[in-house]
Design a protein around this ligand. Structure first.
Ligand SMILES: Cc1cc2nc3c(=O)[nH]c(=O)nc-3n(C[C@H](O)[C@H](O)[C@H](O)COP(=O)(O)OP(=O)(O)OC[C@H]3O[C@@H](n4cnc5c(N)ncnc54)[C@H](O)[C@@H]3O)c2cc1C
Length: 399
């Protein structure tokens, strides 16, 4: 259904980072787009994101990088500490996985900042709130999304960017059964003034709050990095547990529950954890990759397509790549059906490989001693704006 104007029309379900990135990329390529979000208010959960060079290339291409940089962190070093005495395990320059070799920077940012900047690029009226999608299907050359209030919306294609419990994915491929991995995580933030500066035996290890810091111990790890231009430290606390935990970004927890899980860990760490703001917990689930992401004129992107473990910090990065790739494939094909098929063929193998590597890295992390981290260069070198990989043998000027 190319509009009378001759413009292709895409209906995006879900206004998370993936849905908004797709909508911005589509609009920038002259494709008409409307986004339907179930929430009554546009927003993002309070938590941080690591943005590897592949994600930053998309943010740069969409035009929000200049505005994001003052709000971001750019860690120079990974500092790894022991859980009990906060002694130094190792320091490693982050330059090994960032910068010239991969074609862009490695940033850390608040999810709400990335989300807000993307939303700000959309034309007025493009986002429709309070719209709970219950399914989508192809009728001839038209895709139709159905909503809980009985209404329907048509487009040349419908794309489900509706997250881990995607209604669109369910309509295309049926319900699947996620597997609880036996891990859970807390997410919270702390004012930078509450971060301990000198730790370790005799106060011998200096913490620079601009860097990426991890305490590693039995049954868990606590990963921290700066967001909001260095005002806040984002905390991701992973913990092994047999108890079932809801697969949700927003299951409320408490400081007391967090402190109980890390009882016996270094006092400087616990003092910092005692000062966190709102605290949410999240069960880590695992799913196998999908071999195809579309049926007819309906497809999926982001967590709806490739829910993955957070071990590589690539879920949102892949969602950003998906949005950029979808817009490019549709614009280049000039035909909605062909463009969606090309997108599916380009994206499913790459994101599926990242899903499996995230799973393998999670298993490796549990080995004692852990083997060296798996290669992430092939992930970071990709530029989804063009569909090209930066060749590993090409020297690029420092950024
Ligand atoms: C603890 C943790 C840490 C992470 N850290 C990183 C990281 O450092 N770097 C990184 O790249 N990734 C990270 N990720 C992954 C990343 O957060 C997700 O992959 C990303 O948010 C997925 O974006 P999305 O837009 O696909 O889905 P979501 O953010 O889930 O958005 C889906 C949207 O769809 C809406 N919706 C849902 N159902 C419907 C419906 N039926 N109808 C209409 N609207 C609907 C929702 O309200 C929501 O707005 C992390 C994840 C976790 C849990």
């Amino acid at each position: 259904m190319v509009e009378e104007s001759g413009r292709m029309r895409v209906v995006v379900i879900g206004a998370g980072i993936g849905g908004l990135a797709a909508a911005v990329a589509l609009a920038q390529r002259g494709i008409e787009v409307e986004v339907h979000e179930r929430a009554d208010r546009l927003g993002e959960v309070g938590a941080g994101l690591q943005l590897g060079p592949n994600a930053v290339k998309v943010l740069r291409g969409l035009g929000i990088l200049d505005a994001l940089l003052p709000l971001s962190g750019e860690p120079r070093e990974i500092l790894s500490l022991r859980w009990d005495d906060a002694g130094l395990r190792y320091r490693e320059p982050l330059a090994r996985i960032t910068g010239a070799a991969f074609g862009d920077r490695y940033l850390t940012a608040h999810r709400a900042d990335v989300h807000g900047l993307l939303a700000g690029l959309l034309p007025a009226g493009a986002i429709h709130l309070g719209r709970m999608c219950v399914g989508a299907a192809t009728h001839g050359a038209v895709a139709v999304a159905r909503f809980a209030d009985g209404s329907e919306v048509e487009g040349d294609i419908v794309v489900g960017a509706d997250g881990i419990h995607s209604a669109v994915r369910g309509a295309l491929f049926g319900a699947d059964a996620p597997r609880f991995t036996g891990q859970m995580a807390w997410r919270c933030m702390v004012p930078i003034a509450k971060v301990p500066r000198m730790v370790g035996p005799g106060g011998t290890v200096a913490i620079d709050t601009r860097d990426y810091v991890g305490w590693i111990g039995p049954n868990g790890h606590v990963i921290c990095y700066p967001i909001r231009g260095g005002e806040l430290w984002n905390i991701f606390a992973g913990h092994v547990t047999d108890e079932w935990v809801e697969e949700s970004w927003s299951a409320p927890s408490s400081v007391y529950e967090l402190l109980a899980a890390y009882e016996g860990w270094n006092p400087a760490l616990l003092d910092m954890l005692a000062a966190v703001g709102p605290c949410f917990k999240w069960g880590i689930y695992d799913r196998d990759p999908l071999t195809a992401w579309s049926v007819g004129r309906v497809g999926v992107l982001g967590d709806a397509a490739h829910p993955m473990m957070p071990t590589l910090a690539q879920g949102a990065a892949m969602a950003l790549e998906d949005g950029a790739a979808l817009a490019r494939c549709l614009a280049e094909a000039g035909d909605a059906g062909d463009g969606l098929s090309n997108y599916d063929r380009e994206r499913a193998p790459r994101a599926g490989r990242v899903q499996l590597q995230a799973r393998q890295q999670f298993l490796n992390n549990k080995l004692v001693p852990p083997p060296p981290p798996l290669d992430r260069g092939w992930i970071f070198r990709h530029d989804a704006m063009t569909g090209q990989d930066l060749r590993s043998d090409v020297a690029v000027a420092p950024i």
